[in-house]
Design a protein around this ligand. Structure first.
Ligand code: SF4
Length: 182
């Protein structure tokens, strides 16, 4: 027959085992909730983040060749692919905004330049949807045109307004100085 001391030890070990299981379950649920909130795919390994939610904020990425600087929200690797992710938690839309697609394409160039990999797609996470955006040669050409136009505008004396949205002008910090405000 086992002594009282042995039984107490077994009870303690069983309790510690159960406690470890409960803690592991709680940590798993917390991690799953956080990941669901960010929209990150399961199985993806984070190699860079700008949100500070998972690890410290990294420095901006630089691509001198394109004159680009930026900080993607996340860069993950999954099944050998390197994927930039942009999270817009307050955006509600059924199709991605062109400005967000171009931003993601710019991040793809930054990733390629800084990590020496080829980026085939990125993810855009809106409040209710996640979009997989292919970084096609057509999108790259569109982005190149925008970068060229922006660089040209930086040195121009007058630049034409690029939109017809009064709400953008209402929120614009240059409104007082701008001669084209709506
Ligand atoms: S106020 Fe001028 S600079 Fe600002 S968004 Fe409107 S047009 Fe553009």
């Amino acid at each position: 027959m086992r002594s009282r001391q042995q039984l107490s030890m077994l009870s303690l070990l069983a309790f510690l085992f159960l406690l470890t299981l409960v803690l592991a379950l709680v940590l798993f649920l917390v991690a799953r909730t956080q990941r669901a909130h960010t929209g990150l795919p399961w199985g993806a390994r984070i190699i860079y983040t700008d949100t500070g939610a998972w690890k410290k904020v990294e420095r901006p990425l630089l691509a001198r060749r394109y004159g680009l600087v930026g900080k993607p929200d996340y860069i993950v690797t999954q099944h050998g692919a390197t994927i930039p992710i942009e999270v817009k938690p307050n955006r509600r839309a059924h199709t991605p905004y062109e400005s967000d697609v171009l931003q993601l394409a710019a991040y793809a160039l930054l990733v390629e330049e800084n990590f020496g990999v080829s980026v085939e797609w990125g993810w855009l996470k809106y409040r209710e949807h996640v979009f997989q955006v292919p970084i096609t040669s057509e999108l790259r050409a569109r982005l190149a045109n925008v970068i060229t136009a922006m660089q040209r505008d930086l040195t121009a004396r007058d630049v034409a307004r690029s939109h017809t949205e009064p709400r953008r002008c209402e929120a614009c910090g240059y409104r007082a100085l701008c001669g084209q405000a709506l």
